[in-house]
Design a binder for this molecule. Sequence first.
Ligand SMILES: [Cu+2]
Length: 459
Amino acid sequence: MIFSRRQLIERGSAALLAAGALLKTRAGARPLGYTPVVTPNGSTLPWKWENGVKVFHLVAEPVRREFTPGLVVNCWGYNGQTPGPTIEVVEGDRVRILVTNKLPEKTSVHWHGIILPNGMDGVTGLTQPGIEPGETYVYEFTVRQHGTMMYHPHADEMTQIAMGMVGFFIIHPRQPEVRIDRDFCIFLGEWRIQADTATPVAFEMTDFNYFTFNSKVYPGTDPLVVKRGQRVRVRLANLSMDEHPIHLHGHTFWITGTPGGRIPRSAQWPETTVAVPVGSTRDFEFLADNPGDWPLHCHKTHHTMNGMEHDLPNMMGVTQKGTKAQELLPEIMPMGENGMDQMSEMQAEMTDARGKPRQEPDPVQGSTMTFPPNTVPMGSAPGPYGTIAMGGMFTVVKIRDGLTSYADPGWYKAPKGTVSHRVGGAARKAAAIYTCPMHPEVQSDKPGQCPKCGMQLQP
Ligand SMILES: [Cu+2]
């Protein structure tokens, strides 16, 4: 029997189908040829081969996302997540992406940064009709470039992006220039969520109060766990309303990529902070040769705080007892008299060991202070040396010797003699007056608890 070339190919694929379940469900069944990207607090979208095409399925839908223990937010996203799962392909791949709309309004998906036929660009009204609730549309194109791209709706953009509808579209080069051991991607986001509510104010333009890495705020953000000596890439994407300068401690990195692809080596530059412009992505790479717990965070200081309100009087250096604010809002503490530290220490007392805010009184600690529902501290995470007064866009890159897994290894144990420590006398405490942060009229010359609310008195 003689087969034509075409028949052979068809027979070949039929034979493959028999054993096909494996290939279809496990995309990793053939060698990937790249280090898969890790999406902290997220995942990668599975795909299946169909006659040489990588087929993906995105479902646009409402999503409930716990930004950190104690704060659950009504978002919109894809496949139960915000950001949507990361799409990961290789330069030259033919991709088909089915998009099903389970939102209450029409949507579309724009493949941000990708060069494709005009009709696949996903702009509602311009290049296609909107995908109505209940409908499924198909996008298909061949990727002819590499880089860190994004996907997002081009339909009611203000609402849908503000509600969390963003995702990474990573295209690996066919022939990588460097070998990367750990490749992370982090989507930057900002939200306005009023105290005691769970739905973001989608029309907020400037005054955001939660700033997220992959729709999580610290301490809810996963650490980036790395073995000493590994080459690390971090890909950052920004579809928020502000630029975010993301800073890494303990290392110099090189800015190596944009949605336009890899920056030629001669044009890469060393940095410690990378400004990620709105509507773009930035990749940076470094050699993880310095073990420790190294912060990776936005350097806009308000972007590492949770639930901050700004429409308040300046209380810095002001005795709060007897002020109008105290009179009008007896339960609200606008800001510590000596800075915010007082506030984080106070809020730390109101959280459990995991940094989760207490919504019930704590009889053990004797405190009756609790957080309003669905509200978290501005920054009061438990750290190895006390309270870490950070929230928002903050995580820790944990670089270690001798790791056998990428599970959180706990806090860094610094070698003896390498930690900053006190020299000279003890802290000023002699003439301290102890007051209740919530009831400044309560004053004592020794530590204790406020008879009104049970809070620990502060010096
Ligand atoms: Cu920022």
